[in-house]
Design a protein around this ligand. Structure first.
Ligand SMILES: NC(=O)c1ccc[n+]([C@@H]2O[C@H](COP(=O)([O-])OP(=O)(O)OC[C@H]3O[C@@H](n4cnc5c(N)ncnc54)[C@H](O)[C@@H]3O)[C@@H](O)[C@H]2O)c1
Length: 338
């Protein structure tokens, strides 16, 4: 199958593009390099530099390359930035996202897998979180993802789009080839490792949460496990596959929605301790205040991904996620050199 991966020069898109190539698919990456790196896509995954929000150019690309399916990983994804500049999140993730859907509709591409997020749930009433929990995002980032999920649903109803919505929890780890480089970096594990390398000390935002050690608990998933789920999800968008709509195609298709996590969680202090074991030294850290909107516990139920996608996390232990991230940083002290 020929697959267009938007955001394939980024962290998740890059590792997912590699997994698709390894599974025998033909991959084209569409990335504007706004937060990605030109060195991420492999030579087997051709990089086309541009924005998915450019409807005419995206349509032309889909038609020219005879694309069968889209993996839509590209997005603006910083919670704090979304609070300060909500318009950017509506413009890029929502308006830009609809431009991508229209380009796909015009080009006759009706198979799409979407990178959604646990941020669509907001502060959950119950944990582990199942896919039918209410969606009450507490920031424009989560709201923009929820809105695009809704657009996918209505494109299924109106035009027969077959889609899989994957709600990721906390993505972590590295492959031999690709690691996590965000600027700014807001994720815990890279910031713990940065502190271990002599960067700024890690701040623990709140130590008085109702959790066993007082720090918030999150569900971490290895980026390579996440990539496996994307390969499985693409198969499910086949018009002959009942998991994403009527067999044989046609309107009235409903997205298949699946959380991607391990169904277990680790506290910030547990991550710090595991990282100290990996690097073999204490890691400097300081106490800070709680951050508004940080729930005490965010843990996925991954039962649906297991049952419906036939997926299971295989590498998502703390030593494996932190160890692989650390090994990649040791081997690439300048990141991607950009
Ligand atoms: N990393 C996580 O823990 C996590 C958790 C939940 C959801 N997600 C979602 O997964 C996706 C990927 O996240 P990531 O961590 O890999 O981010 P990333 O910033 O590393 O990758 C995003 C990529 O999209 C590209 N991009 C952005 N806007 C574009 C546009 N208009 N046109 C073309 N390319 C564009 C960027 O250049 C970058 O290469 C995002 O949609 C994010 O919301 C990530």
């Amino acid at each position: 199958m020929r697959v267009l991966v938007t955001g394939g020069a980024g962290y998740v898109g890059g590792v997912s593009a590699d997994a698709l190539v390894a599974a025998g698919h033909d991959v084209i990456v569409l990335d504007d390099l706004s937060t990605g790196h030109a060195a991420v896509p492999s030579p087997e995954a051709r990089l086309v530099r541009g924005s998915y929000a450019d409807q005419a150019a995206t349509r032309a690309l889909l038609e020219r390359e005879r694309v069968d399916a889209i993996l839509h990983c590209a997005a603006r994804s910083l919670v704090g930035e979304s609070m300060a500049d909500p318009a950017k999140y509506y413009r890029e993730n929502v308006v830009g996202g609809v431009a991508l859907l229209e380009a796909a509709r015009e080009a006759g591409v009706r198979r799409i897998v979407f990178s959604s997020t646990a941020a669509t749930y907001g502060v959950p009433e119950a944990t582990p979180i199942t896919e039918d929990a209410p969606l009450r995002p507490i920031n424009p980032y989560g709201e923009s993802k929820r809105t695009f999920e809704g657009a996918l649903r209505w494109y299924g109803a109106a035009y027969g789009f077959r889609s899989v919505i994957l709600r990721y929890f906390n993505v972590a780890g590295a492959t031999d080839r690709l690691g996590e480089v965000h600027r700014p970096e807001t994720h815990l594990i890279p910031n713990v490792l940065l502190a271990a390398e002599g960067g700024p000390a890690l701040t623990l935002f709140g130590e008085d949460y109702p959790t066993p050690d007082g720090t918030p608990i999150r569900d971490y998933i290895h980026v390579a496990d996440l990539a496996d789920a994307h390969v499985a999800a693409l198969v499910a968008t086949d018009p002959a596959d009942a998991r994403t709509g009527p067999v044989g195609g046609g309107v009235g298709a409903e997205p298949l929605i699946a959380n991607l996590g391990t169904s277990s969680g680790f506290s910030v202090k547990q991550v710090l301790q595991a990282a100290e074991a990996v690097v073999g030294a204490p890691i400097p850290h300081t106490a800070g205040p709680r951050r508004p909107g940080d729930p005490p516990v965010l843990v996925a139920s991954n039962a649906r991904a297991r049952e419906v996608l036939g997926w299971a996390p295989r590498r998502s232990t703390l030593p494996e996620m932190i160890g692989s991230a650390w090994a990649w940083r040791r081997a690439h002290p300048d990141g991607y050199g950009d």
